[in-house]
Design a protein around this ligand. Structure first.
Ligand code: C2E
Ligand code: MG
Ligand code: MG
Length: 742
């Protein structure tokens, strides 16, 4: 039942309860909401943290000092890119034993408060069994009541890749430092950023002297400024540039550089860098030039050589063909140049060649090519000449130019004459090699016609050349085919009229070519070296004949004179052959006389003297043949161990015909001088009784010549020696046809 007093109270209470309940609900709701939003915020923070950890590639670690537990938290992304936390816990330390002491040192230092932060690099055993390099940072995050650290925590990251990169960088830097090529790095304004040791070696600048300076520091003065500007522009516009550039060393010496420039981008600053690798090619270039010069020019005279001449000749022919022009080729050889070399030595010979080259250049003028193609052989290429006679005129001009003595050096003058052969395009040949060959042939002809002259090529000349080649071929077989023969020419002693000696002279009876005189084949035998075996045969044959004559009862004092070539004296065992010939025929050395020409004695004078002394010691006489035709002086010859002078026929020819002739003076002078030097004198080529009388009158010792006797075969000579009548020319006719000039 309702009481009126209670009902409003109850109502009020009810309202209050309701209000409180409402309030509680609201506050709960609010708390609930706050809580939720806090949790959400926390989750969001955690997610951010995870993200940060994941993105940074770091892992979180903490180390419990008391339990020695190491906890590591890593964030891994799953297939859906959701980030999950991975917790690893290790009890045993997984730090590389080599790194552990260092890590512990760092930890102790941190715990001692020596370092505010623990920092270390270490190898940690990761997944699998591999060691991974880690860089760790951390600090104490919890201490106990006594202030002792209980928990250390921090982050760590894998630095394998970084360390590899750093390793590679170090290697790269080391390689660059030690490269043999100079390396420099320039910035985008061409300022030095880095250089290596080779750069310093090459340029003379130390690293600190160039860093920050403009690379133009090294610009050589060999280039115009535009050249350097263009090179920079090329480097700027291309990723790669190569070129050559003269650079100047610190000491001012220029050097040539082969450069390779590569453009790179600085990984940090993204600025352009030029890496220039350079090598000094100055020496290489000089050698190349030298080789090119040597390949094309003669280093002695600086004239074009054979190769260069061929090139120019080919070009000239092509041009001449196009415009119907004519080319002349002169082939020039200095007369008796070999004697110059032999008698005066190679140093003087070289000077004579240089002087001859200068003389030729003066004579033909700069519009024509003068080339030296070997030894004393020169060629002159005359371009654009009109007539055949034009070439003749040049040849004549050259011969006249050589009439004025050459000046090999300031001290003395030297006269030498040239022989010139001429060939013409298109008259004689169409190709360079044929033109050269024909000019050469013509030159030989000029020599044969008496030197100091020029001859134009003619087809018939080729036959002579062929003949020469055929002769040499046949000459190789003369000994085996027994085609050689000796004839003997007596020399009369003018004091007692007795035959004092005979000279052995070679004859070649060739079935193909008939009788060939020594003047024709001895030079070929000398050139081919065949003179050595032939000379040996002569020695043996002459000694054999003399021994036979002695057995037949001729005067045992009779001397056998034998001609000897340079090659035999200087390059063969002549002493051995002589010894064998004497011993084999039981002859004393005193019956032998060796005849040598002046040029043989003067070539290699030292060796000649030494060899001759040995012969003199053996008791063999030495005669100088053809005296008066060479360069030697009597005074010089006297220093050689010689016994006899044979005055050349050329002087005897002029005797008696005219008492005042030059030959008369020369002959009487030679006789008088030889007498004072204690030498015996023989006159060669005596052909008339007047000559003989003159010689007798001037106290010449011996005479040899057709007037006394022609060269005779052994049998006939023996009869002559015995004083038996020699059946006139019939016997000797084929062996010594007609009075041939010696
Ligand atoms: P040579 O030694 O001066 O010999 C003298 C030459 O003059 C010989 O010529 C001889 O026949 C020639 N003759 C001699 N008297 C007269 C004369 O009155 N009038 C003329 N017109 N000529 C005369 P040949 O035999 O033709 O020899 C020429 C040269 O060949 C020799 O000159 C000598 O240098 C060389 N010779 C000859 N035989 C030999 C040899 O066995 N060995 C070497 N290495 N050379 C030799
Ligand atoms: Mg002789
Ligand atoms: Mg002679």
């Amino acid at each position: 039942m309702n009481t009126p007093i209670d009902s409003p109270l109850i109502l009020l209470l009810s309202v209050l309860v309701l209000a409180l309940a409402g309030l509680a609900l609201v506050s709960y709701r609010r708390r609930e909401r706050d809580h939720r939003s806090f949790r959400q915020e926390l989750e969001a923070r955690e997610q951010q943290l995870r993200l940060a950890l994941w993105a940074s590639g770091e892992l979180y670690w903490q180390y419990d000092m008391r339990t020695q537990h190491l906890e590591r938290i890593r964030i891994v992304a799953d297939a859906d890119n959701d980030l999950a936390v991975r917790l690893d816990q290790d009890r045993d330390t997984q730090i590389h034993p080599d790194d552990l002491p260092r890590v512990l040192d760092a930890l102790r230092a941190h715990l001692r408060d020596d370092t505010a932060m623990l920092q270390t690099e270490l190898r940690f055993r990761g997944e699998g069994d591999d060691w991974a390099w880690m860089r760790a940072h951390g600090r104490t995050i919890q201490r106990d009541a006594d202030g002792r650290a209980t928990l250390v925590a921090g982050t760590a990251r894998n630095i394998d890749a970084l360390r590899e990169l750093e390793g590679q960088n170090e290697i790269a830097i080391e390689v660059m430092r030690n490269m043999a090529e100079s390396v420099c790095v320039l910035d985008s304004d061409f300022m030095f950023v880095a250089v290596n040791l080779a750069f310093s070696r090459m340029s003379g600048y130390e690293e600190q002297e160039v860093i920050g300076k403009d690379a133009s520091l090294l610009n050589g003065r060999q280039h115009e400024p535009e050249f350097h500007a263009a090179a920079r522009e090329a480097m700027r516009s291309q990723d790669h540039w190569t070129g050559e550039m003269w650079q100047r060393r610190k000491d001012g010496v220029d050097f040539l550089c082969a450069m390779q420039c590569t453009t790179i981008e600085d990984p940090q600053t993204h600025q352009r860098r030029y890496v220039i690798v350079a090598s000094d090619i100055t020496e290489r270039r000089r050698l190349e030039h030298e080789l090119r010069f040597l390949a094309n020019f003669d280093p002695l005279t600086n004239l074009p050589n054979r190769a260069q001449l061929s090139d120019r000749l080919e070009r000239a022919i092509t041009q001449a063909r196009q415009c119907d022009a004519r080319i002349g080729l002169l082939f020039l050889d200095l007369d008796n140049f070999k004697d110059v070399n032999d008698t005066l030595g190679h140093a003087i010979g070289d000077r004579v060649l240089r002087a001859a080259a200068r003389r030729l250049l003066e004579a033909v003028g700069p519009e024509h090519t003068v080339a030296r193609i070997g030894g004393d052989e020169f060629t002159i290429l005359l371009e654009n000449i009109n007539t055949v006679e034009d070439a003749d005129r040049y040849a004549q001009r050259i011969i006249e130019a050589f009439e004025t003595p050459l000046l090999p050096d300031e001290r003395y003058e030297f006269t030498i004459s040239p022989s010139v052969g001429i060939s013409l395009f298109p008259d004689h040949a169409q190709t360079a090699s044929d033109l050269l060959k024909h000019a050469d042939t013509a030159m030989y002809q000029a020599k044969a016609t008496g030197k100091r002259t020029f001859v134009r090529y003619a087809e018939a000349m080729d036959n002579d050349i062929r003949q020469r080649a055929n002769l040499i071929t046949a000459l190789r077989r003369v000994l085996e085919r027994d085609e050689l023969q000796l004839v003997y020419q007596p020399q009369v002693n003018l004091r007692n009229g007795r035959i004092g000696s005979v000279e052995a002279l070679l004859r070649w009876n060739s079935p193909e070519f008939g009788l060939i005189l020594p003047g024709q084949f001895i030079p070929l035998a000398e050139e081919s070296g065949l003179i050595v075996p032939i000379g040996e045969w002569v020695l043996a044959e002459a000694c054999r004949t003399l021994a036979a004559w002695r057995r037949a009862g001729i005067d045992p004092r009779l001397v056998m004179a034998i001609n000897v070539s340079a090659l035999q004296l200087l390059r063969s065992d002549l002493a051995g052959s002589v010894q064998r010939a004497l011993v084999g025929n039981d002859l004393p050395a005193s019956v032998l006389e060796l005849e040598l020409t002046e040029s043989v004695l003067m070539s290699n004078a030292e060796l000649a003297r030494e060899r001759l002394r040995a012969f003199r010691r053996m008791g063999i006489s030495i005669a100088v043949d053809d005296f008066g035709t060479g360069y030697s002086s009597l005074a010089y010859l006297h220093r050689l161990p010689i016994n006899t002078l044979k005055i050349d026929k050329a002087f005897i020819d002029g005797l008696a015909s005219n008492e005042d002739s030059e030959d008369t003076t020369i002959t009487t002078t030679i006789i008088a001088m030889a007498r004072t030097l204690g030498l015996q004198v023989v006159a060669e080529g005596v052909e008339t009784p007047e000559q003989l009388a003159f010689l007798e009158q001037h106290a010449c010792d011996l005479a040899q010549g057709f007037w006394i006797s022609r060269p005779l075969p052994a049998e006939a000579c023996l009869r002559f020696l015995r004083g038996d009548p020699v059946p006139a020319p019939v016997d000797i006719g084929p062996l010594d046809p007609d009075p041939t000039p010696a």
